[in-house]
Each structure stands twice: as structure tokens, then as C-alpha cells.
Design a protein around this ligand. Structure first.
Ligand SMILES: Cc1cc2nc3c(=O)[nH]c(=O)nc-3n(C[C@H](O)[C@H](O)[C@H](O)COP(=O)(O)O)c2cc1C
Length: 168
């Protein structure tokens, strides 16, 4: 089985979760992990599972404007105005019904509010005929992080569960 993990991260927290998710995938999986700015424009034919991760910005996936706001707070910003939202929107339609799962990071004291990047990503994926699993959120302590204690371990377990589910 081959998995592609595509993430977007302004302050590095979602990147850390993405690495933990990839690490947690069952032994023997062939996992490619990539920043969205380097992600392929279409899903390679040998990929069976696509996982995307993104920070929650204004209760959803980021947009150019919210990425600029993050950059003004010290986050990374490249001139490539592409995040996970745009990457998913621009994927060509596929005949294959590929397995998909999305996660996001969000601030712990806003966690009861509805709306998260992973929910928006899952909606976009379903519109593109992906077979989407339940999304997951991982918590940070503030806009810049750090991750709440225990979240890296939970991310490894979540990644493991995705591949176990597919194998079963
Ligand atoms: C412009 C902006 C809007 C945000 N909106 C939300 C939000 O609606 N809900 C939330 O829980 N966190 C929100 N956050 C916090 C981000 O989720 C947090 O910065 C992110 O999880 C950190 O991940 P990263 O280090 O990968 O960028 C926002 C952050 C920025 C910069």
C-alpha cells in the first residue's frame, strides 16, 4: 500500500503532526510526506491512501489572506499562494475511489467552536469522489503552538488506525 501525506503549516505544528501520522502508519507502508507547495498536481496512480493536514484558519481551511495574517505573526509564507484548499480544488477528477483522511490543528480553547480545516477538506474530497474517513483535530496551545502534550502520540495512533482500517 502506498500513502501520500500532504500538509500545510505556518508555524510548524501541523508539519510535526503530519510526520507523526506518517510514522504511525503500519510497518511496511510506503509513505510519502510532502509540504503542499511541493505536492504532485494529480494523485500518482500507485497511491491508495491520501491524507491531508492543515491548520484551522477562521473555522476552515486557510486562504491567501489568512496565510498572510499568519505570516505577519511570524509564520512561514511563500509566494506560492497554494494551500491544501487550492490543492484539493485543483486536483483532476479521478475514476478511482481513493481512500482519504483529513486532519487539522486548532487552538485548544477554541475546540468547542464548530468549523475546522479537516471538515472543509473532507467536504472537498467527497465532492471529488474520495472515500473519506472521519476527520481528526489535534490541539495547539495558541496560534503559534506549541502542540498540547500527548498530541504527537495521538497522531501516531491515528495514522496507525488509518492503515489498519484499510488493511482490514
Ligand atoms: C488567521 C488565523 C486564523 C485562525 N483561526 C482559527 C480558528 O478559527 N480556530 C482555531 O481553533 N484556530 C485558529 N487559528 C489558529 C491555528 O489553527 C493555529 O495557528 C495552527 O493550528 C498552527 O498550526 P501551524 O503551526 O501548522 O501553522 C488561526 C490562526 C490564524 C493565523
Amino acid at each position: 500500500m502506498r500513502a501520500l501525506v500532504v500538509y500545510e503549516s505556518m508555524f510548524g505544528n501541523t508539519a510535526q503532526i503530519a510526520q507523526a501520522v506518517a510514522d504511525g502508519m503500519a510497518d511496511g507502508e510506503d509513505v510519502t510526506i510532502t509540504d503542499v507547495v511541493d505536492a504532485p498536481e494529480s494523485i500518482p496512480p500507485d497511491v491508495d491512501l491520501v491524507v491531508v493536514g492543515a491548520p484551522t484558519h477562521v473555522f476552515s481551511l486557510s486562504r491567501v489572506g489568512t496565510r498572510r495574517k499568519a505570516a505577519r505573526r511570524g509564520g512561514a509564507f511563500t509566494d506560492v499562494p497554494e494551500g491544501v484548499r487550492e490543492w484539493l480544488e485543483h486536483l483532476p477528477s479521478s475514476e478511482r475511489r481513493l481512500a482519504f483522511a483529513a486532519f487539522d490543528t486548532r487552538v485548544d480553547d477554541m475546540a468547542l467552536l464548530p468549523g475546522a480545516a479537516s471538515h472543509a477538506a473532507t467536504r472537498l474530497a467527497k465532492e471529488r469522489s474520495f472515500d473519506a474517513a472521519e476527520p481528526a483535530s489535534f490541539l495547539v496551545e495558541g496560534y503559534e503552538g506549541p502542540l498540547v502534550e500527548g498530541e504527537l502520540e495521538r497522531a501516531r495512533e491515528w495514522g496507525h488506525g488509518l492503515t489498519e482500517h484499510l488493511a482490514g
